[in-house]
Design a binder for this molecule. Structure first.
Ligand code: GDD
Ligand code: MG
Length: 327
């Protein structure tokens, strides 16, 4: 079986981090985001097709260096074709029923159970569905039994017909490809509303789900993984520091600081005397000076936080010698 991962978006909501790293390669603890999806695939998936465009060379470089135990095929779009156009663009690599993922989803979904559900219902596709409080940032479905009867992409506040959203994990039959016209096409806006009569089903699941495509989602995914025990404490140096778990500290230097809970600090990162860091990510070589307070921040590789800074809810990355920031 083939699994297709849509990995060509520009990750605009995670800028400036995504100006130097494509979203699927941003680290979630020990692995890039996209590897959490690949590692969760059922055994029957032998080939992973990645639909890429933005920063495809970095993705190609990663998969040349890392063997993920399955055949990986990267298919480029010169100009991004949208989520539907991306599916059509890889059609020659697909055969039979296939799995399809938005590349920024972390979840506890049981893919084998979802496949069994899809085979039982026998429609053109099955969408995983998740319940949220505010569905306006997502695709929203209306259901009759298990059958999807309405699909609304990003409805205006107050107009959503339910609180069940498209979780960005699909099982499709190859027949879906016949309903995707050439060019730039959105699966959610153009294809789903047109194939409802072919049998589009909704698979609900429990546990956990998060879209890591926003700073808040990214930190929530990291927190969930840490709560599930994906912790590590292997600092290069800890001088008189207090660690409040769970954290993932791998080869970072901590000096007289207070770290945690829910902090990920990757090799070469450092935190100086008297600083407090909570619920944040320090990518490779990110440096927090002395006397800083850093909460709910995403610090890209090599970011420097000056002594005495107080940061909350920021995404920062060095950019051509300067530092770029986003609230
Ligand atoms: N190859 C390719 N080409 N991939 C693309 C393109 C493109 O032109 N545009 C977006 N993608 C990829 C992104 O990289 C991401 O992995 C996935 O498609 C979804 O795009 P997002 O930009 O993250 O969409 P979203 O989060 O606003 O909304 C989508 O996900 C929600 C769940 O998180 C929709 O599918 C919603 O319906 C859904 O609820
Ligand atoms: Mg997304």
């Amino acid at each position: 079986m083939k699994a297709l991962i849509l990995a060509g978006g520009m990750g605009t909501r995670l800028r400036p981090l995504t100006l130097s790293t494509p979203k699927p390669l941003l680290p979630l603890l020990d692995r890039p985001m996209v590897m959490h999806i690949i590692d969760s695939l059922p055994a029957e998936v032998d080939t992973v097709v990645l639909a890429v465009s933005y920063m495809k060379d970095l993705l190609e470089g990663y998969f040349l260096k890392h063997d993920c135990g399955r055949k990986v095929v990267l298919v480029n779009e010169e100009e991004p074709l949208g989520t539907g156009g991306a599916v059509r663009n890889v059609r020659q690599y697909l055969d039979g029923t296939f799995l399809c993922f938005n590349g920024d989803i972390i979840s506890l979904l049981d893919l084998n159970d979802m496949l069994a559900f899809h085979r039982r219902h026998g429609g053109i596709g099955t969408l995983a569905l998740w319940r949220v409080q505010d569905p306006s940032a997502f695709g929203v479905v209306g259901l009759e039994g298990a059958r999807i009867t309405v699909f609304q992409e990003k409805p205006a506040p107050g107009e959503a017909i339910s609180d069940l959203i498209n979780a960005g994990v699909y099982v499709f039959e190859p027949e879906l490809l016949e309903h995707i016209p050439p060019g730039v096409v959105s699966l959610e806006r153009q294809v789903f509303p047109n194939v409802l009569d072919r049998g589009l089903y909704g698979y609900r699941f429990d546990g956990h789900w998060v879209d890591c495509g926003t700073p808040a989602g990214y930190l929530e995914a990291q927190r969930a993984l840490l709560e599930r025990g994906r912790t590590k404490v292997a600092p290069a140096i800890v001088r008189g520091s207090e660690l409040i778990g769970p954290n993932y500290i791998d080869g970072a230097s901590l000096s007289g600081c207070r770290v945690g809970p829910f902090v990920c600090a990757l090799p070469g990162a450092s935190i100086g005397e008297g600083s407090t860091v909570e619920g944040s990510v320090l990518m490779e070589g990110a440096t927090i000076g002395r006397g800083c307070t850093v909460r709910a921040c995403l610090l890209g590789p090599g970011t420097v936080v000056k002594d005495g800074s107080a940061l909350q809810g920021r995404a920062l990355a060095p950019l051509r010698g300067r530092q770029a920031g986003l609230h």
